[in-house]
Design a binder for this molecule. Structure first.
Ligand SMILES: NC(=O)c1ccc[n+]([C@@H]2O[C@H](COP(=O)([O-])OP(=O)(O)OC[C@H]3O[C@@H](n4cnc5c(N)ncnc54)[C@H](OP(=O)(O)O)[C@@H]3O)[C@@H](O)[C@H]2O)c1
Length: 237
């Protein structure tokens, strides 16, 4: 029988998709290691999700801070069965107008943050010869979207990374999968500051992404779902 996948690290755990993942899994009695930067929002998540949520105030673009959190989880909390690389940021703006700071921040959080979390976690999974890694990428990882050039670069990077990593880790019993969604109804989109460049009324609900993650976790470790591309039917990617 497949070993249980009870200990789940979720990055970007406090809002949107990460919040929905954390609350669903904690409600199922799984242990959720919740990473995000803002302590107050982590506290609020724990208030709502209960003691199955263990908060870690970490900026995933700080590779040493990620290492400290992962080592603590591994030494004191039973280790990580599932890593969900979910934290991400976006700015919808023409590339020629985007600041260098924002361009770099998108790469640092979405791409380098994913690499750091994975690099710190994978050696422990290899030792145990088991584990799941699920990257929440984007349709911006499978095509170019004008207004999201740096974001597309980060998400294409995530997909290329997952493609190579999946092959490296298969012999160790570790499965790497990516979900590439179109628009999702989350606080990532702000009507004033960063509006969704499509019809916000028609986008995917965070719970649908959680359903997909649950589906992936139910598959036997001998089966590889490499990539799920999913988007609202008023769009095409
Ligand atoms: N919403 C969409 O339409 C959509 C579509 C396709 C793909 N996605 C992808 O889905 C993932 C989740 O997005 P979402 O829409 O749920 O975003 P969201 O609602 O904006 O939530 C982002 C989460 O990430 C955390 N975060 C941001 N920067 C971080 C950092 N440097 N270190 C650690 N945590 C950080 C935030 O908390 P703090 O700010 O407190 O750190 C928050 O918990 C992202 O990778 C995004 O690219 C979203």
């Amino acid at each position: 029988m497949e070993a249980e996948l009870n200990n789940i690290l979720v990055t970007g755990a406090t809002r949107g998709v990460g919040e929905a993942l954390s609350l669903r899994f904690a409600g199922q009695g799984r242990k959720v290691f919740a990473l995000a930067r803002t302590s107050e929002q982590l506290d609020s998540l724990v208030e709502r999700g209960g003691s199955n949520i263990l908060p870690f105030a970490v900026d995933i673009s700080d590779r040493d801070a990620v290492g400290v959190a992962v080592n603590e989880i591994e030494s004191a909390h039973g280790g990580i069965d599932v890593l969900i690389n979910n934290a991400g940021i976006v700015q919808n703006i023409n590339f020629a107008e985007q600041s260098f700071d924002m361009m770099e921040r998108i790469i640092d959080v979405n791409l380098k943050g994913t690499l750091y979390c994975t690099r710190h976690t994978v050696p422990f999974m290899i030792q145990r010869k088991r584990g799941r890694i699920i990257n929440i990428s984007s349709v911006a990882g499978v095509r170019g979207i004008p207004g999201q050039a740096a974001y597309c670069a980060s998400k294409h990077g995530m997909n290329g990374f997952a493609d190579a990593l999946a092959q490296e880790l298969m012999p160790h019993g570790i499965v790497v999968s990516s979900i590439c969604p179109g628009g999702i109804d989350t606080p990532l989109w702000d009507k004033e500051k960063n509006p969704y460049p499509g019809d916000i009324e028609k986008v995917i609900k965070p719970g649908e992404i959680v359903d997909m993650v649950e589906f992936l976790l139910k598959q036997p470790s001998g089966t590889m779902y490499k990539r799920i591309v999913v988007f609202p039917t008023n769009e095409w990617h």
